[in-house]
Design a binder for this molecule. Sequence first.
Ligand code: HEM
Length: 269
Amino acid sequence: MENMKSARKNDTGEVGSDLSEQIKAATKNNHVRAENTQLMLSYQKGQITMTEYKVLLCSLYEIYQALEEELDTNASHPAVAPIYFPQELARVNSLQSDREHFFGSDWRKKVIVPAATHRYTQRIRQIGRENPMLLVSHAYTRYLGDLSGGQVLGKITQKSLGLSSKEGISFFSFPGVSSPNRFKQLYRSRMNSIELTEQERAEVLEEAVSAFEFNIQVFDDLQKMLSVTAEAVDQSKSRTVNFPSSPIMHFTMGLCVAVATIGMGIYLM
Ligand code: HEM
């Protein structure tokens, strides 16, 4: 809320009246909070683990599938058409191949996502049906993030996981974008060309704040899920419970326990 006020307060001052400037100002504090989630901090310290990356890929896949399906369905909507760049930006195919790389050909069966991811995708689908204008806020939050800090995160992932090739990290590559900075300029100018009433503009800014918060909740839930998993695996070792013996089954079983625990915890709140 404070962010929203500062974006408006500065309309005639340093922020200006362009949507691209206002959305950046409105989400500034949320961006700081996102950068400071435990998952993103692990990233910045080069400490991302294979398990963290794999569960992150599962959630990103669900999120982009919802986002890109809704963008495709609403491609000719006046607020969506200017920022509709499937050739340059679409991530679902890259995420599919990254998941296939790590999970194998039956990757579709290995969906491990926390409740926060479902809440995020449900919101995207709801606005796709009811108010497609707000897809702008979600597309901005994910794609401009991927073209900014995300570019560094790709390099860190490769190094942290000791990957010798780009296989498994195609999510971070945008072959259709030769200069991320120039493309971001184009994207901002397209955002600025969208005609919005004051009320609509306020809604777009508010939805962008929510989009950041959805991402923060996903990161936090993933972290919780992984810590519960680690405990479940530890307990299974110490209690000699008949847990499946292969590492992948261990991982999957542990995550099932974790997802169930977190999912129930959240839905019961
Ligand atoms: C390790 C975590 C992160 C780092 C180090 C990081 C870093 C950055 C940097 C350096 C920029 C460029 C700022 C500028 O051009 O002024 C940026 C922009 C951006 N980031 Fe992040 N970021 C992180 C996480 C995130 C997350 C989790 C999201 C949202 C899901 C996000 C969304 C954005 C967006 C939308 C922009 C574009 C801002 C604009 O120009 O309007 N970032 N980030």
